[in-house]
Design a protein around this ligand. Structure first.
Ligand code: SLL
Length: 161
């Protein structure tokens, strides 16, 4: 039994989005006419670092303009990364709420990600190239989840991988 753990920092979750302008010559069949981009928002561990063993579920809350804006992913059913792929026309903030397994007595934690569809490129020629080549626009960041005084069951779970 390990009583020494005051704090446990998990491997960083890595989350964000990648968006690609729709190619007008290869439009997906059911694409609404005003949808200009395809995108995916995801949350995952970094490299070997699995985060799914202490996650019960992940909820992504999309903008209200989407049908069923709340999308839920459960590790026991779906395998990681937890992600949502959609099409759309606009940028907005996505709420990513992470619920932990019952061993962990922590409350759910919420991350916020601003879905980025358009590149921030100052140089006009570069911006034009990015558009004409339909380059993907990525916005990912690392965060950390810190468990203060984890329960013993949780500590065992976290350190068993
Ligand atoms: C705003 N930032 O504040 C914008 C909202 C919402 C984008 C952007 C929905 C697609 C659909 C979509 O792309 N929403 O029709 O399903 O006004």
């Amino acid at each position: 039994i390990n009583h020494s753990a005051q704090k446990y920092q998990s491997g960083p979750p890595f989350y964000g989005s990648i968006a690609t302008p729709v190619n007008p010559d290869k439009k997906p069949p059911n694409l609404p006419p005003d949808h200009t981009h395809q995108w995916t928002v995801s949350v995952r561990g970094v490299g070997e670092n699995d985060i799914s063993h202490f996650i019960k579920k992940v909820q992504f809350k999309l903008h209200d303009t989407y049908a069923n804006p709340l999308r839920t992913y459960t590790p026991v059913i779906e395998s990681p990364p937890f992600e949502v792929s959609e099409t759309g026309w606009g940028e907005f903030e996505i709420q990513i709420k992470i619920f932990f397994v019952p061993e962990c007595t922590e409350k759910a934690q919420t991350l916020f990600h601003f879905l980025k569809l358009h590149p921030y490129i100052g140089d006009k020629a570069e911006l034009e190239l990015s558009r004409t080549q339909r380059r993907p626009v990525q916005a990912f960041i690392y965060d950390e989840i810190i468990f203060n005084e984890p329960t013993e069951a949780m500590y065992d779970l976290l350190t068993s991988r």
